[in-house]
Design a binder for this molecule. Structure first.
Ligand code: 5AD
Ligand code: SF4
Length: 436
């Protein structure tokens, strides 16, 4: 019996790619094992978004320096695509590198690997295909990912993704809806639509749907109660998306809209293709919506040339918007990217200071915002149970964690939807009591 171990780094796209890779491997007669020690085939699905993520992978590979004799080691994903055949020099015991645009060639590549080829590669970005496979081994029993668009056609000056995931390819709306129906039949009630930039989705079939139309249609699939999507690009984020959320209660009232910086000058240097004002217009649409839409974002501090006054503009944007949550990052220099050529790098200590300032400020904002939730009743999908605290872990439509007690019942609530009254609020989660 052939077996494999896989470890995944990086974003939800990568997590879902791994689910498809696992399905493909099982389809080829492999079985999955829980540790690399017992595996014949060890796969790392890698991320290179920041230097730290890439280092993690090479640290992992170091562990195999001596102890790899009876194993074949495979690098998948963004580091594989970015480093290509250089991986074989850096880590000679790796015998296959394959980027995400080549995953539909995996079965043939596995045959090469099995027949003893020590340098198998799948590095072409020249593809029009998406990686569609019915053989997806899904990890979460309630929430399922569906890829609607792969790759990215933007060229943000700091970002490796256009180099690691290739050009944009959208799936047909028919295949997306078929998958959503199959998932609903299999008992999934929540769908998360995935893409590097879901807003530029364009149905390649004659239907020609845009993202708002696809989103609405997925939200109308029978049995689906929640639809989320990630990630959005402000430039392609149009009003009809908000209208769809307003009209279709199955679409979750949460939008992740990465702004990166509050300074139009920095946004221009980042090649983000929008100004601060244009971003703020999208925020106004959301705040004017009938539904209470939670808004989250990503921020990069210390992009080359970011002055103290640019940074102040980011802080003022955060105060103006009052995001529900924020992911903050220090700018990290990445291979191949246009920003590599920029002078005026910001010193590491200064980046650290700016990031800490952002995070501290955001924490205050979240504490204040969340305090206003006390007394509200929120519908939660129950995602887990915390034995230590005796609390169920729920997720609201706005994607907030709401932990709650349900005294006098030992029922298994996992996967169910329950109403919870919020009784306490912290910066990162809410606490409440089940009311039904
Ligand atoms: N340095 C720091 N952060 C980055 N991101 C993307 N590339 C970089 C980089 N080179 C952040 C952006 C993006 C998130 C997924 O990662 O904020 O939205
Ligand atoms: Fe990491 Fe970006 Fe690749 Fe996702 S697409 S794995 S975040 S580099």
């Amino acid at each position: 019996m052939k077996n494999f171990y896989i470890e995944t780094f990086g974003c939800q796209m990568n997590a879902h790619d791994s689910e498809k890779v696992i399905g493909t491997l099982i389809g080829e007669g492999y079985s999955q094992v829980p540790t690399p020690e017992e595996a014949q085939l060890v796969l790392y699905n890698t991320c290179s978004i920041r230097d730290k993520a890439e280092q993690k992978v090479f640290n992992r590979l170091q562990q195999f320096k001596r102890n790899h004799k009876d194993k074949k080691i495979v690098l998948l994903g963004c580091v594989a695509q970015q480093e290509g055949e250089r991986v074989f020099e850096r880590a000679p015991f790796v015998s296959m590198v394959c980027g995400s645009a080549s995953y539909n060639q995996l079965p043939a590549m596995l045959v090469q690997l099995e027949t003893g080829n020590k340098r198998v590669t799948g590095l072409s970005l020249d593809t029009e295909d998406t990686f569609d496979t019915p053989l997806t081994r899904r990890e979460n029993p309630h929430r399922a990912y569906i890829t609607i668009i792969e790759g990215c056609d933007k060229s943000c000056a700091y970002c490796v993704v256009p180099f690691t995931r290739g050009p944009e390819r959208s799936r047909t709306s028919t295949s997306v809806l078929d998958e959503a129906r199959r998932l609903a039949d299999a008992g999934y009630s929540e769908i998360q639509l995935l893409g590097q930039n879901v807003n530029s989705y364009r149905d390649p079939s004659p239907t020609g749907w845009d993202f708002a139309q696809l989103l609405d249609a997925v939200g109308r699939v029978e049995g689906i109660r929640r639809v989320r999507f990630t990630t959005s690009h402000p430039r392609d984020f149009v009003k009809p998306i908000i209208d769809a959320i307003d009209e279709n209660p199955n679409l979750c009232n949460h939008v992740h809209l990465p702004v990166q910086s509050g300074s139009t000058r920095v946004l221009d240097a980042m090649r983000r293709l929008y100004t601060r004002d244009q971003y703020m217009r999208r925020i106004e649409w959301m705040k004017a919506a009938r539904r209470d839409i939670a808004i989250t974002t990503d921020i990069i501090v210390g992009f080359p040339g970011e002055t103290e006054s640019d940074f102040e503009e980011t802080l003022s944007l955060l105060r103006e918007v009052e995001f529900d949550a924020l992911f903050g990052f220090k700018y990290s220099r990445r291979p191949n990217t246009p920003a590599l050529a920029l002078d005026d790098q910001i010193p590491e200590e200064e980046k650290t200071r700016r990031l800490q300032f952002v995070l501290d400020m955001q924490r205050e904002i979240q504490l204040r915002r969340h305090a206003s939730y006390v007394g509200r009743v929120e519908e939660c999908l129950v995602e887990g149970f915390n034995k230590a605290t005796g609390q169920w872990i729920g997720r609201t439509s706005q994607h907030k964690t709401l932990n709650f007690l349900r005294p006098a019942s030992a029922d298994d609530l996992l996967g169910q939807y329950v109403d919870v009254r919020v009784t306490r609020a912290g910066a990162n989660s809410l606490v409440g009591e089940c009311v039904n």
